[in-house]
Design a binder for this molecule. Structure first.
Ligand code: NAD
Ligand code: UDP
Length: 343
């Protein structure tokens, strides 16, 4: 029997990393996780064991710590790395830009040096639709101009640029830049899910926390956008679909055009407003979610949704799960774990 391919997931105990771990194992990979647990709980490992029937190997390492990163790579000897590790809160990045550049940019440089030293040159990177800034139109294709309005977004732009330059300099690298739209939902077991620390910045975890009684009501940021009901429109994508996008991207890394990185949007191509999302959640959960219309949140765009056709054409992936299922799964996770992993 052929040896299983090994893949190391940095940030593998986080929200998207843990769901991707399930998808990679189910696709037949030998998976190890690497994380410094700065935004995740070790309890994820027990939950993953319940889902998978096997305990995943985990390296407690900071990606900025190059020597320990090298040790982990040498010990597991993966053929590929999927790089989720990073900080992701936009508001926090404005207050602490240096921490964001250290973690997200310097951390990626440290990873690239360690990978080069250990001769691992296949990499899938977590980018974001934030690199499109305020798009001139929707749906958004990968050819749209990129810009950033905050240090988090700039850190993603910088890493994208670094990785593009790296591919030009050395065709030995095979790299995918995956631009995620709005990941929501949870594994359908209800055992793993999104567990933000403090007050959630994102819509879906805020809504589920209101529904479970942890918060009084949702503030809908802006009721006067030029959208069909005045509230912001986004492309919500089920985290399980997103996770499967990584498996498809890794399998297609050799299909990079002219050795350049494979750049693909991971979205559904459908936009839903805040109020539509709220109604879908209420239907899925049977809970009513009180809300008020509040001022717009600075930096928010009116509409953002993907043209996902390149992902279909280049990596043979498309999202399968709709908004109702995203809401059902988000609710199952929150209802079973009202306080997240500390429940
Ligand atoms: P998350 O915070 O749940 O997971 C990130 C993981 O990385 C955490 O487990 C954290 O402990 C770990 N980590 C952070 N800094 C580290 C470091 N220096 N060394 C080792 N581990 C470190 O976030 P997520 O939602 O799973 O996001 C994963 C990736 O996807 C991030 O790069 C994020 O920017 C990107 N992304 C997320 C979204 C989203 O809405 N969730 C959207 C677009 C892009
Ligand atoms: N949003 C909201 N209230 C919240 C959080 C988010 O009305 O408490 C809105 C936000 O203005 C945007 C949409 O929900 O229109 C999605 O926001 P999120 O922060 O989840 O994602 P992003 O802004 O990064 O696309």
């Amino acid at each position: 029997m052929a040896e299983k391919r090994r893949v190391l997931l940095t940030g593998g105990t986080g929200y998207i990393g843990s769901h991707s771990a399930v998808s990679f194992v189910e696709a037949g990979y030998d998976v190890a996780l690497l994380d410094n647990f700065s935004n995740s709980s070790p309890r994820v490992l027990d939950r993953l064991e319940q889902i998978l029937g096997q305990r995943l190997k985990v390296y407690e390492v900071d990606v900025c710590d190059e020597p320990r990163l090298r040790e982990a790579l040498a010990s597991f000897s993966p053929q590929a790395v999927v790089h989720f590790a990073g900080l992701k809160a936009v508001g926090e990045s404005v207050k602490e830009p240096q921490r964001y550049y250290e973690n997200n940019v310097a951390g990626t440089l440290s990873l690239l040096r360690a990978m080069a030293a250990e001769k691992v040159q296949d990499l899938v990177f977590s980018s974001s639709a934030t690199v499109y800034g305020d798009p001139a139109s929707v749906p958004i294709t990968e050819a749209f101009p990129r810009s950033a309005t905050n240090p988090y977004g700039r850190s993603k732009l910088m890493v994208e640029d670094m990785l593009m330059d790296l591919c030009v300099s050395d065709p030995g690298w095979n790299i995918a830049l995956l631009r995620y739209f709005n990941p929501v939902g949870a594994h359908n077991s209800g055992l793993i899910g999104e567990d933000p620390t403090g007050i959630p910045n994102n819509l879906m975890p805020f809504v589920t926390q209101v529904a479970v009684g942890r918060r009084a009501k949702l503030s809908v940021f802006g009721g006067d956008y030029p959208t069909h009901d005045g509230t912001g429109v986004r492309d919500y994508i089920h985290v399980t679909d997103l996770a499967e996008g990584h498996v498809s991207a890794l399998a297609s890394l050799d299909r990079t055009p002219d050795g350049a990185p494979l750049v693909v949007n991971l979205g559904t191509g459908k936009g839903y407003s805040v109020l539509e999302t709220l109604r879908a959640f209420e239907k899925a959960s049977g809970c009513s979610v009180p809300f008020e219309i509040a001022p717009r949140r600075p930096g928010d765009v009116a509409e953002c949704y993907a043209d996902p056709s390149r992902a279909r054409d280049l990596i043979g992936w498309e999202a399968k799960l709709g908004l109702d299922r995203m809401c059902e799964d988000a609710w199952r996770w929150q209802a079973n774990n009202p306080d997240g992993y500390t429940s």
